[in-house]
Design a protein around this ligand. Structure first.
Ligand SMILES: [Zn+2]
Length: 314
């Protein structure tokens, strides 16, 4: 029982063109930093296969999938002004989704304590019928579907601490009480959704929570709120599994937002989630890379996050 990093070089072949903030150098920087720390090779776990097109349909429309297939056939192409694809992007996206499926399967089987998926394209902005915000398919939502349908869990918690609202994940489970979606994000900021009064609908009412922070919010204030909300959600929902949409763009050096977190804050956030996950669900946690656009801040934050994951003892 230990920690693993799911990664494949195919993720580097998702080419978003010159100057795009979400580019392959992000994963190269993470890899280099973890290699320097002696963690990459021991933790690296290969991804066995790409997910099937049928599996994508658990969360996405056929039209959406076909639009991405066609865009890649005509690459380079753009699905929206921010979301570009190259010829291998569809294949990379299928492998990214399956990284999360394989990670959740391995944790459910007790082969791993927890895992970090170093994947791209990211996923949390991808809606059922729309690619947007650098995201093609919603990796974390598909992982939650895997836990509900394949493993028959009834309470999956998704914590999204990317600095942007996870609009696609919120949409996926807005009327679903089996998945609690908690997003902590800067407000106002792209994509413009994620108000605190968006609390879910129908039987999902009360199972969607948005916590917002003004630009420039001090790290202490963010952490105070985090340490208040996270235990409250565990207490009320008692999750059987925890998924983290782990963006690191709330870092103070990130160029796309104005929050003030540091590597130490991401370590403390990871620690708190693991502590509560141990109490509620045998420490079952899988996190997946979303944003983070300053390469040094991103690599250092992932190192801090993974180092904490490794500290977990069952
Ligand atoms: Zn983000």
């Amino acid at each position: 029982m230990n920690t693993a990093i799911f990664y494949d070089d195919l993720f580097l072949a998702h080419d978003t063109q010159n100057g795009h903030p979400e580019n392959a150098n992000r994963l190269r920087a993470i890899r280099r930093r973890l290699e320097e720390a002696g963690l990459w090779q021991p933790l690296l776990r290969p991804i066995q296969e790409r997910c099937s097109r049928d599996f994508l349909e658990v969360n996405h429309t056929r039209q959406h999938i076909q639009r991405i297939v066609s865009a890649c056939e005509n690459a380079p192409a753009s699905l929206d002004p921010d979301t570009l694809v190259s010829a291998r992007s569809y294949d990379a996206a299928l492998l990214a989704v399956n990284a999360l499926v394989e990670a959740t399967n391995a944790v459910m089987a007790g082969e791993l304590n927890n895992a970090f998926c170093a994947v791209r394209p990211p996923g949390h902005h991808a809606e059922k019928d729309r690619a947007m915000g650098f995201c093609l398919f919603n990796n974390i939502a598909l992982a939650a579907h895997n836990l509900l349908h394949h493993h028959h869990l009834e309470r999956v918690l998704i914590i999204d601490w990317d600095v942007h609202h996870g609009n696609g994940t919120q949409q996926a489970f807005y009327d679903n009480r089996q998945v609690y979606f908690l997003s902590l994000h800067q407000w106002p900021l792209y994509p413009g959704t994620g108000r605190p009064d968006e609390i879910g609908s129908g039987e999902g009412t009360g199972f969607n929570r948005n916590v917002i922070f003004a630009p420039g919010t001090p790290a202490e204030e963010y952490m105070q709120k985090f340490e208040e909300v996270i235990p409250d959600v565990f207490q009320t929902f008692s999750p059987q599994f925890v998924l983290i949409s782990a963006g690191f763009d709330a870092h103070r050096d990130d160029p796309l937002a104005q929050l003030q977190l540091t590597e130490d804050n991401f370590a403390a956030m990871t620690r708190l989630v693991l502590t509560l996950a141990r109490e509620h669900c045998d420490g079952r946690v899988v996190s997946s890379l979303e944003g983070g656009y300053n390469l040094a801040a991103l690599a250092g934050s992932v190192l801090a996050h993974v180092t904490e994951l490794m500290q977990y003892e069952a």
